[in-house]
Design a protein around this ligand. Structure first.
Ligand code: ZN
Length: 180
């Protein structure tokens, strides 16, 4: 198991569409373990395989709830079957450090996927969990949350995004290994 390097805005792999997983083998289990570890090391609530440079439709989420256990899921080949309502809320992204913006998403979703052993998973999610899953599924399609902002907001963030593309990361968002 290992913490993998997170890819940042400007890396072409974040703009590519991840492929369906067809082989449920040991290398998939290892990928999922590495993704869990990487998400934890970077203090993320979700991670899509593109973000560590792997173009497979695999995502992990680990979302805290106010009173109850954390929502921890591995979703492979996820598909949103139903969406309802709209909600606006703040999002950030491990691949776009230092930028947090309000994004509109469906408030509730029903998702079908399989887990790392190929067993079917069905989740009805709302609020922050629904937001996290939609954000990660976007990654699998090469879409980033900043794409969902208004043209005006994107213009406002242009310089910061360009800086991240050049590898200039905000100091408090350095990857774990680079922290003093
Ligand atoms: Zn993200």
């Amino acid at each position: 198991m290992s913490v993998r390097r997170v890819r940042y805005y400007g890396d072409p792999v974040l703009r590519q569409r991840a492929q369906l997983v067809r082989e449920f083998d040991a290398s998939l289990l290892a990928l999922v373990e590495d993704m869990r570890e990487t998400m934890k090391a970077y203090n993320g609530v979700g991670l899509a395989a593109n973000q560590i440079g792997v173009l497979q439709r695999v995502l992990v989420v680990d979302v805290p709830q106010q009173d109850g256990p954390r929502h921890q899921h591995v979703l492979i080949n996820p598909a949103i079957e139903k969406r309802s309502g709209t909600s606006r809320g703040e999002e950030g992204c491990l691949s776009i450090p230092g930028i947090y913006e309000d994004v509109s998403r469906a408030e509730k979703i029903k998702v079908r996927a399989v887990d790392e052993k190929g067993a079917p998973v069905e989740i009805e999610a709302e609020d922050y969990l629904a937001r996290a899953i939609q954000h990660e599924i976007d990654h699998l399609d090469g879409v980033l949350f900043v794409d969902r902002l208004s043209a005006l907001r994107r213009q406002f963030l242009r310089r910061d995004l360009e800086a991240i593309s050049r590898g200039e990361l905000p100091e408090d968002h350095l990857p774990p290994a680079a922290r003093p």
